[in-house]
Write a protein that binds this ligand. Structure first.
Ligand SMILES: [Fe+2]
Length: 457
């Protein structure tokens, strides 16, 4: 990319933010695919063969399944759908279809051994880069703005995040490096604990972000009452106070389903936390360390986040509140791509992309603050919201129902904002994630909110 291309991109609001000339788009796609593959290779080359084929938890696939599944989806969508090519190995399609086999079943399948899985991925990628050279980005909806390529880059980095979860679960000596701390907070101690987001309508979702997925669409107006939201995600120190105050033993703070789950699962603190004498320690990618009080709490389920909020006299923000806090610019009345504006992520703005294998201390990234003053809405930890995963008005499934539509319903809660494990290509102010309210292995924390109506009356 030339200097002037880069300049043009900044003005347009980032490499993924608007229509790009074909050559530039080709470069962006190649760069995203290559960077995703580099991470996939690191996550799968860093363990030995027995570790690659083993299932580390019934909640997760063997890493070697992720490896070939990524290649299989790339072949299906890019080589076959876009390129019109014949299937390379049609007999393996069912093995790598996530809907045919739940994760718990996958170790029993005749999976490609590691060397073959790697060779398959390599061959697919070579053909995809050839296809990319020949592609014109228009004519069909799949090819417009390079969507299918963008979807596949996002798919691979989402599996990189899933594979990092598997690394956190796996027993044994540490194999990953990069656990250096994120940047220190500039002025955390002087930050107000909460910020006000004004009431009124704002634009939620998007109809213009080229690589946005179907559940982020279309843009629509939502009227949100004024509310206060935590300036930063809830810290380990604050969460430890909830535990010390008997929060896990008091049903007043829990919903009926949450209390039932807390008892059945024996929850007593975040996943990976344990007591060592008088202090909390936690296991992080194979190493045990003291819990860092200033870091956002990680590995709590929705029920725990919801109980903490009630104990604190607050509540979880709704999905619309979260997005308004992250995107609404009261000066222009418009919704931004990111809290800081429309420019792409860089290392000064947010902790993303597995650069650091942990969240940065609460209050970090002042340059990435939203107009309301809230920090770390993007990156660091996924944030549970109070909302069920539901379609926006005017939703239509695309390019396949199994991406979002089959998951809509009250059984899933929405998470927002991405974590340190998420690549920038799959993270933006409109991006929606969802999971069961009992899930704790994901890199999720939360922040709390309260109504601002009393104060504004
Ligand atoms: Fe997948």
């Amino acid at each position: 990319m030339t200097e002037s291309d880069a300049e043009t991109l900044r003005e347009r609001g980032g490499v993924r933010g608007g229509r790009l000339p074909g050559e530039t788009l080709r470069d962006v796609i190649a760069r995203e695919l290559t960077s995703a593959r580099r991470r996939t290779a690191l996550l799968t080359d860093s363990v030995d063969e027995p570790d690659l084929v083993r299932q580390h938890s019934p909640l997760m696939s063997p890493l070697v399944w992720d490896l070939a599944h990524v290649a299989n989806q790339e072949e299906l969508w890019l080589l076959r759908e876009v390129g019109g090519q014949e299937p390379m190995h049609p007999e393996i399609d069912p093995i790598y279809d996530a809907f045919e086999h739940p994760r718990s079943e996958r170790p029993t399948l005749p999976l490609l051994p590691p060397a073959q899985a790697r060779a398959y991925g390599h061959e697919v990628r070579g053909r995809v880069l050839d296809l990319l050279e020949r592609s014109r980005f228009g004519g069909t909806r799949l090819l417009g703005d390079g969507f299918a390529f963008g979807m596949i880059a996002q798919h691979e980095v989402q599996h990189d995040e899933t594979m990092l979860v598997t690394h956190q679960i796996r027993a044994g000596a540490p194999v990953l490096t990069g656990a250096a701390p994120g940047p220190a907070p500039a002025d955390a101690l002087r930050l107000p604990s909460e910020v006000l987001v004004p009431g009124g309508p704002f634009t939620m979702g998007t109809s213009t972000e080229p690589w946005a997925l179907d559940n982020e669409r279309p843009a629509h107006t939502v009227d949100v009452a004024p509310f206060f939201i935590d300036t930063t995600p809830v810290t380990c120190a604050a969460y430890a106070e909830f535990i010390a105050d008997g929060g896990y033993d008091d049903p007043r703070w829990w919903t009926a389903a949450g209390w039932e789950h807390r008892q059945r699962a024996g929850l007593a603190g975040p996943m990976y936390w344990s007591r060592d004498g008088g202090q909390w320690v936690r296991r992080v990618f194979g190493q045990t360390e003291p819990v860092r009080p200033e870091e956002p709490v990680l590995h709590v389920c929705w029920y725990e986040a919801d109980a903490y909020a009630r104990w604190a006299g607050r509540r979880l923000p709704s999905e619309a509140e979260w997005e308004k806090a992250a995107r609404f610019d009261p000066v222009t009345g418009l919704s931004r791509r990111y809290p800081w504006g429309n420019a792409d992520v860089d290392g000064e703005l947010a902790n993303l992309g597995q650069q650091f294998l942990r969240p940065a201390p609460a209050g970090s990234y002042p340059a990435g603050a939203a107009p309301c003053g809230a920090r770390q809405l993007i990156g660091d930890v996924w944030e549970w919201t109070s909302s069920d995963f539901l379609p926006y008005p005017g939703f239509s499934a695309w390019p396949y129902r199994e991406y979002s539509e089959v998951f809509f319903g009250p059984q899933y809660k929405v998470l927002r904002g991405g974590s340190f494990a998420v690549s920038p290509v799959a993270c933006r102010g409109t991006f929606r994630n969802w999971d069961y309210p009992i899930r704790r292995q994901i890199f999720a924390g939360f922040r709390t909110a309260r109504s601002g109506l009393a104060e504004s009356a």
